[in-house]
Design a protein around this ligand. Structure first.
Ligand SMILES: Nc1nc2c(ncn2[C@@H]2O[C@H](COP(=O)(O)OP(=O)(O)OP(=O)(O)O)[C@@H](O)[C@H]2O)c(=O)[nH]1
Ligand SMILES: [Mg+2]
Length: 595
């Protein structure tokens, strides 16, 4: 099968083009360094199956950060039939250095000048034919996001692919630093074929940045935005969640129950009270999660995230971190795993390890489900968003404590130069793609962890045969009692303890497990729990859930990214200890104060 590789500088639009060509849903965001691993997809081109590979962005071919190593490794271990070099047309001079380096490698390539729409707005005129001829590559000008020029570009790719023969794997050992002569040549070529106006009027981005990057207002504005986002997720999401729970409940009562009622009682209970209730309770939060990701997508794809990095950089450096760490923490609000992988762009190992140590405190969407559930059950609709926001703040408190404690051990002196991309409008198709991506992600986790987790919980609560489910005589009862000396000081009861043990696998299981343990679902589960515990216990439980050992997928990623067993142990043990101390101190203090 023929193979096409997408190469270009970070944030040039490679993943956008990849998605357009293959229909895949690779993550796209307005931030350099979004793709950090290779992603392959197949498509039919000129009657032939072709593999197309999206790669991390690189500044040149001899970079040594982990994401750049991915590209080198790929080029050295795979034969490639065609390279699509994607360059940002608004920064042509800088971006074409890669084109020169590529020439020395002798790979067949086409040059796609992306972001034609932005270039046009800025009044940049490019004679792409002339440019291509001088550089020796077939060239097209296009907008991968909006589609202008895409068909022409596609035809060029197709015809070049037909002509090309696979180049055997490369050796990138030799040093092919571009010499001054080539750089001069490039400058001349660009001068011949590109004309840019001497800028006079302020661009929209500059005008917006005047406010968003304001020395005093910038940060409060940022936190305000985040708060409004969480408030919106809660106020729009909670009714959606209710609706979803209602539909699932109706499905259960109208279809599943009659269908399965003739089964033996134990099997019936396994299927309905175990698998269905557990998974459905988790599934009812999917609309909230999709909503949350849509808001995150707006923040990421508009370019505001880069401004957050800029605003926080000075503060973060006091903690031994930098602006990128902050962005990764925010990305971790979605899921910790890609945020951990995102640290591949950092070259300093100390900085990377310290950032990876704090990322698991990011209140990820799986934990968000648990908190939306708990806050809805135990707080009034007015209090709930505030309680939720306080947990987000707790993320930052833990990050500060942790980095202050460990920054001496993992120090960094990597200078960090931040490039602020222009603001961009997220488009409808991009948002749909993103939402769909999250639903797929949920389904994958559901089949992998959540179902297995709730099935195990069901067994524990119903075994040995004949016991009252979840009673002290059941296995889960024993387990809860056994662990309760550890967690009772934090006000966490045996039932919640069992849920937390399973939450170690995936945090979504926590509510699934509660559904199974209490034998209830949806709003009746919320009422059931509200009768069992008060708000102090619930908050202590949430603090523990937020901070304790990250889920299995996170631990596996930490382990493989850090490549150190000792570090992995620390990354598990430290959050666990912190969780215990924080929730115990909170619980005891609240009780002492008479709550
Ligand atoms: N205006 C405009 N924006 C675009 C175009 N193509 C991509 N973008 C935007 O540019 C940003 C970066 O796009 P990505 O596809 O994530 O870039 P990438 O090259 O994969 O970036 P890395 O994975 O970080 O190397 C996103 O905000 C896209 O929406 C385009 O043709 N026009
Ligand atoms: Mg990308």
């Amino acid at each position: 099968m023929k193979r096409i590789a997408l190469i270009g500088m970070p944030n040039a639009g490679k993943s956008t083009l990849f998605n357009r060509m293959s229909g895949a849903s690779a993550k796209v965001a307005n931030w350099p360094g979004v793709t950090v691993d290779l992603l392959a997809s197949k498509l039919l081109m000129a009657g032939e199956m072709v593999e197309i590979v999206d790669l991390p962005g690189i500044y040149d071919f001899h970079g040594f950060s982990d994401d750049e190593q991915v590209v080198r490794h790929f080029l050295c271990n795979n034969s490639i039939d065609l390279v699509i070099l994607v360059a940002n047309a608004t920064q042509i001079e800088r971006q074409l250095t890669l084109a020169l380096q590529l020439q020395t490698l002798g790979l067949p390539a086409v040059l796609l000048l992306n972001m034609a729409d932005e270039a046009k707005k800025l009044g940049i005129k490019i004679d792409e034919q002339k440019l291509g001829k001088e550089l020796g590559y077939p060239t097209a000008l296009l907008s991968a996001k909006y589609g202008e020029g895409y068909n022409e570009a596609y035809q060029i790719i197709e015809s070049e692919l037909k002509k090309s023969k696979a180049v055997p794997t490369l050796t990138l050992e030799e040093d092919f630093a571009v010499d001054q002569q080539l750089e001069d040549k490039l400058e001349k070529i660009v001068r011949h074929s590109v004309s840019a106006p001497i800028q006079t009027s302020k661009t929209l981005t500059e005008k917006i940045d005047h406010i968003t990057l304001h020395p005093f207002l910038g940060l409060p504005l940022f936190f305000m935005t985040m708060y409004l986002m969480f408030e919106a997720v809660y106020t729009i999401g909670a009714p959606l969640q209710d609706g979803m729970a209602w539909i699932l409940e109706a499905f259960r009562d109208a279809i599943l129950v009659p269908l399965l009622s003739s089964l033996p009682p134990l099997l019936y209970s396994f299927l309905i009270d175990g698998v269905f209730d557990g998974v459905a309770t988790v599934a009812s939060f999917v609309p909230v999660i999709v909503l949350f990701f849509l808001f995150m997508a707006i923040i990421e794809d508009s370019g505001y995230l880069s401004r957050a990095a800029f605003l926080m950089d000075a503060l973060m450096s006091k903690l031994g971190l930098d602006g990128r760490s902050f962005v990764m923490l925010l990305m971790g609000f979605g899921c910790n795993v890609p945020a951990l992988m995102g640290t591949r762009t950092m070259r300093s190992r100390g900085l990377r390890l310290l950032t990876m140590l704090v990322i698991p405190f990011s209140l990820c969407s799986a934990r968000l489900q648990v908190f939306v559930f708990m806050t809805t059950a135990l707080f009034t609709p007015d209090q709930a968003p505030l309680v939720l926001f306080s947990l987000y703040l707790m993320t930052f408190v833990s990050v500060i404590v942790t980095s202050l404690l460990f920054k001496g051990r993992y120090n960094s002196n990597e200078p960090f130069a931040l490039e602020l991309p222009p603001y961009r409008f997220p488009t409808g198709p991009q948002m749909v793609l993103r939402g769909w991506h999250e639903v797929k992600h949920f389904l994958r986790r559901a089949t992998k962890f959540i179902t297995i987790g709730v099935v195990l919980v069901w067994f524990l609560t119903n075994m040995p045969f004949g016991v009252e489910p979840a009673s002290p005589e059941s296995w889960s009862g024993w387990l809860g009692e056994f662990m309760s000396p550890v967690l009772s000081s934090a006000g966490i009861n045996p039932e919640l303890t069992v849920a937390l043990i399973f939450g170690f696998v995936a945090k979504e299981i926590v509510i699934g497990a509660l559904a199974v343990i209490y034998g209830l679902e949806g709003s009746s589960l919320m009422q059931g729990i509200a009768q069992q515990i008060d708000w102090v216990q619930a908050y202590s439980f949430m603090l523990f859930t937020l901070l304790y050992t990250p889920c299995l997928a996170t631990i596996a990623t930490l382990r493989s990214e850090a490549k150190s067993a000792w570090y992995s142990v620390l990354a598990v043990a430290w959050p666990l200890s912190l969780a215990w101390v924080v929730s115990t101190v909170f619980y005891q203090t609240a009780r002492f104060l008479g709550y």
